[in-house]
Design a protein around this ligand. Sequence first.
Ligand code: G6P
Length: 611
Amino acid sequence: MCGIVGAVAERNITTILIEGLKRLEYRGYDSAGLAVYSAQGALERRRRIGKVSELEAAVAAQPLSGKLGIAHTRWATHGAPSEHNAHPHFSGHDLAVVHNGIIENHEELREQLKGLGYVFSSETDTEVIVHLLHHTLKTQPDLTEALKVAVKQLHGAYGLAVISAKQPDRLVAARSGSPLVIGLGHGENFLASDQLALRQVTDRFMYLEEGDIAEIRRDKVSIWNQAGQAVQREAVQYHEGAEAADKGEYRHFMLKEIHEQPTVVQRTLEGRLGSDHVLVQAFGPQAAELFAKVRNVQIVACGTSYHAGMVARYWLEELAGIPCQVEVASEFRYRKVVVQPDTLFVSISQSGETADTLAALRNAKELGFLASLAICNVGISSLVRESDLTLLTLAGPEIGVASTKAFTTQLVSLMLLTLALGQVRGTLGAGVEADLVEQLRRLPVRLGEALAMDATIEKISELFADKHHTLFLGRGAQFPVAMEGALKLKEISYIHAEAYPAGELKHGPLALVDNDMPVVTVAPNNELLEKLKSNLQEVRARGGQLVVFADEQARMSNGEGTHVIAMPHIADALAPILYTIPLQLLSYYVAVLKGTDVDQPRNLAKSVTVE
Ligand code: G6P
């Protein structure tokens, strides 16, 4: 959830730590802190509530410097956001830790450590780690060896980094359930929870695996696996352009990411389409053999990724004739699931580190699924590593907390999955695959046309700025698109937004409709259009303001209280991808009008790596 940065070098690393934290801030941001081993031979710490800029100001006001240090941005789980709960946590004056994840047995450990005379200065679960390590050092004085012993007593999830004033030649780290990556420099080395934090200093990385312990010195990195054996982890060169973490000409990352969609959709399609069919090997070498056996699909995901899964259900059943169930991961992981024979388990995730989605995958392995497939944006994520098959969405790093380009690339990937499964199983109608492959090739251009409606949508957004409630309607595969539109609006503008299948309108939500509740509708030109039109009449009859995104061929026109925005024509199956764009722009412009923090909305985190 939070971010970790660490460094051991021959130069002052304070600014490297702060820059790294800024790059991680999108993951969680209620407080931040750092600890540095100073020239005076002591650990010095600064912590602040709020954004990293607060910490930066504190460091500027009261400078500290050193060649070894750790830093953290926090998103509170145990203990309110406050300075004393912010990391790093100390035991005595000489030992400091930063931690991502949750220590589940922290209460029990806290009692034991209190019994040993340790005094706690925070409500966090993290503080038990540092006291436990301090206690272990009494019998095992080597910091690395002591960490190996201490982590055996921790239950739960952690990615953690430790420094000691008594052994300032190293930074030690442990990974179990929360990612950590080592950044390799020349005569200096770094650590972070995401390589994005370190791209200012290196492009060579070593990814820790589950259960790894690392000892990072200026000139040497040593790693031990879960079994305690010394291991080598491959050093990987990272190629993504450094500009990915910059806003460029855009006012917000979210707007930049919305506008990147034609490019990243194109990238997600590249190398995966033959002349008139999807290349099944894109899903991995065993994909063809496994897909031939698939009789059902179970999709599991959270948030925006869940909405992508909901769209895929319409596609899989309608186009490929394959039964499909979709469920949010936090429900799936805790209920008794009956698995149909030959069911493919599909997880969808931007980050690949969402705790509930990962836990669902791990449960699924025990439940007799045929195989697991991850549709994921991060190639080195836990979800990808733990799945049998992978299809990467090539959206590039997504910084805005509200997901945009990750969603459309997920949809494209799920369409590829639908066509691949249908192709291998021979369940697609004649010509369907060739036609959709052709339409997919044209999709980036259509998306560009939808983005060109930017100014029109900005104007429409004025209708919403003073509203407190809105309704989003759609039918068929556009219902999940309406859900995603409602989610975007509530995430960044804090306006209450609900989505309904349009046919359900008169079973409840119609009671809410009045002049103060705008109703947004996605209305492509399909066989449900006429039904949708009558739903809209029901809204108008109650004085509701309608905003309708309709196909230019749908013959719908503006009228009193009805604002129709004509959309480029597109094949019905791909309409959910296209109609997502104006809804993203709408939420963006409403949020800008309301003056909210678009890229970092209150109370939300980009990657929810704890329950
Ligand atoms: C958080 C993010 C959402 C995201 C969801 C699932 O709630 O704010 O934007 O959709 O997590 O994340 P994932 O990385 O698994 O797609």
